[in-house]
Design a binder for this molecule. Structure first.
Ligand code: ADE
Length: 244
């Protein structure tokens, strides 16, 4: 997969050089490059922003350098969708990310200041994506969130490919609780079933916890799903024990 990020602050993305994303970049599962709109300014001050027409606080990214930067990215990745990270976009879910990960090329535009000139959105942006209903100081962190989530979906990116299947949301449910050694910590023990090595019982316990947590914390997710008879029975068990 190839991603170009249009950003005034490419150095922010250095954080992606660690951990799972760092390994994916090193192994060339993902080629990540940057284009800086400041390199497409033609005035002596290299201005990339200006005051908003109509007045008001903040600055708006000027259209000309952004236009040239996006066009330069499109010439490198002709089949790429151009995605603008903004709180006005559609809120991302794991489904959108899985869809995105099936693309060969993506161009991400990270805005700054109050936003980008709307004529760029009209002319050059294919989709607007938000990572949640809150406002960041710029699209860079949002783009990094998207890139990290995309990388997890690329085959070969995870040390153990099974862990993707276990991710919350991949199954449409929240994850079950995890434990590791020591067996007793802060006077709390590990659930018995996890110590006995009965894999079927462990699977049932984990599914029950996933269902129960989703019921407690994200009823909206549960309502979107059709449960199997066994899952419904496990959830009933969980609900029964919870209300006892
Ligand atoms: N830029 C600023 N806030 C954002 C958000 N919530 N999602 C995506 N991009 C953003």
């Amino acid at each position: 997969m190839k991603i170009i990020v249009i950003t005034l602050f490419p150095e922010i993305f250095n954080a992606l050089n660690s951990g799972i994303s760092g390994r994916a970049l090193k192994n060339n599962l993902l080629t990540l490059t940057f284009i800086n709109p400041r390199d497409f300014t033609h005035d002596p001050y290299h201005r990339v922003d200006d005051r908003p027409y109509g007045g008001g606080p903040g600055m708006v990214l000027k259209p000309e350098p952004l236009w040239e930067a996006i066009m330069a990215a499109k010439s490198q990745l002709p089949s790429a969708k151009v995605i603008y990270l903004s709180p006005q976009g559609k809120t991302l879910t794991q489904k959108h990310i899985q869809n995105g990960a099936s693309q060969k090329e993506i161009i991400l535009v990270a805005g700054r200041y109050e936003g980008i000139d709307e004529r760029i959105v009209t002319m050059l942006i294919d989709e607007e994506w938000s990572i949640g209903d809150y406002v960041l100081s710029g699209g860079e962190l949002a783009a990094m969130v998207v890139i990290d989530a995309l990388i997890r979906c690329l085959p070969g990116s995870l040390g153990d490919e099974a862990s993707r299947e276990q991710d919350s949301f991949t199954s449409g449910l929240l994850d079950y609780p995890h434990y590791t050694r020591p067996e007793i910590f802060a006077k709390m023990t590990v659930p018995e079933v996890l110590l006995r090595g009965n894999h079927q019982a462990i699977q049932r316990w984990r599914m029950k916890q996933s269902l129960g947590r989703t019921w407690l914390r994200r009823l909206d997710l549960l309502k979107q799903r059709l449960l199997s008879q066994e899952q419904q029975a496990l959830l009933d068990e969980f609900m029964q024990e919870y209300t006892e």
